[in-house]
Design a protein. Structure first.
Length: 264
C-alpha cells in the first residue's frame, strides 16, 4: 500500500494540474505516425502474458491522442539504448517508454509536456534482508546492481548510492530493463532501481518473489520524444492538456495502476 500511495501521489502532481486547453485540436487528416516503444515497462507498455499482445497505459494514451488528432499509428519496437538516437535521426516519429525528461536528452530530441510523474525505488528479491536502503546497500561490499547504461536508474546508482565512479564493477549492465529484473530474480544481481510505474507492475506479477524497500530516491517527469523541430510536438501537447483537463489521464491511472492485475 505504501508503494501504491506513493505512486498515485506522484501521478496526482501532474494529472491534477491541467494546462489551459484550446477549444479545437489540430486535425492531422489521417497522417501516418510511426511510434516506437520497448514493451518492457509494465504497466506503461508490455506484452500481455495471456494474449501476447502489446498493451498498457502508454498505448491507451497514444491511441487516444491519435484519435483526437486524426492520425494513424504504426507501432514498432526497439531497444532502449537505440531509441533516443533513432528518434533523433528520424527513423520514428514518436518514442514512448517512460522516458524521463532531462536536459541532456533535450540536446538530441524534443519532449512533449509531462504526462506522468514517477519516483525511483529499490526493487529486490522478496527474501532480501541484508540491506534496507541505499546506504546499507552501499555498505554491502559484494552487493551488485543491475542497470541499463545511460538511464536514470544507472546514474542514480552511480551518484546517489555508490561512489560516483561510472565504471564501478558493482554495476552490471544489461540491454533491457526486463533483463535486469531477470538477473535479480536469478541472484545474478541484488538490486535494481526502477521507476514506480515499472516497479508496481513487476512486484504485482512476481507472486511475492520481488518487493520494494527503502524510501523513494528521486522524482522523474515522463514525456514522449520527437525528432528536433517535429511538427507533432504542439498537437500532442494540446491533447495531453485536454486529457489532463477532462479526467482521461486519471481514468488511465485507475485502470492500470489500481484495477489491472498482471496475468489475470
Amino acid at each position: 500500500m505504501l508503494l501504491r500511495r506513493t505512486l498515485i501521489a506522484g501521478l496526482a502532481a501532474i494529472t491534477l494540474a491541467p494546462a489551459a486547453v484550446s477549444a479545437e485540436l489540430p486535425d492531422l487528416k489521417g497522417r501516418k505516425v510511426v511510434v516506437v516503444t520497448e514493451n518492457a515497462y509494465p504497466p506503461l507498455q508490455f506484452v500481455d502474458p495471456k494474449s501476447g499482445q502489446p498493451i498498457g497505459w502508454e498505448y491507451d494514451a497514444m491511441n487516444e491522442i491519435a484519435k483526437r488528432l486524426n492520425f494513424k499509428i504504426e507501432y514498432q519496437n526497439t531497444s532502449w539504448d537505440a531509441m533516443i538516437q533513432a528518434v533523433s535521426d528520424g527513423q520514428y516519429d514518436i518514442g514512448m517508454t517512460g522516458i524521463t525528461i532531462k536536459d541532456d536528452r533535450k540536446e538530441k530530441v524534443d519532449f512533449s509536456d509531462p504526462y506522468m510523474r514517477s519516483q525511483q525505488l529499490m526493487l529486490v528479491r522478496g527474501d532480501e534482508k541484508r540491506f534496507t536502503d541505499g546506504k546499507s546497500f552501499a555498505g554491502l561490499e559484494k552487493g551488485l546492481i543491475g542497470a541499463q547504461p545511460g538511464t536514470s536508474p544507472f546514474y542514480t546508482a552511480v551518484y546517489e548510492i555508490l561512489d560516483g565512479n561510472e565504471q564501478n564493477p558493482r554495476i552490471k549492465l544489461f540491454e533491457t530493463f526486463g533483463a535486469t529484473v531477470q538477473a535479480l530474480k536469478t541472484g545474478d544481481v541484488d538490486l535494481v532501481l526502477t521507476d514506480s510505474t515499472a516497479g508496481e507492475g513487476y512486484v504485482k506479477a512476481s507472486g511475492g518473489t520481488l518487493k520494494i524497500i527503502g524510501e523513494p530516491l528521486g522524482t522523474e517527469d515522463f514525456g514522449f520524444i520527437f525528432k528536433k523541430g517535429s511538427d507533432l510536438v504542439g498537437p500532442v501537447n494540446a491533447v495531453i492538456g485536454a486529457l489532463k483537463a477532462d479526467g482521461t489521464l486519471d481514468t488511465l491511472n485507475k485502470k492500470w495502476f489500481l484495477d489491472y492485475k498482471m496475468g489475470q
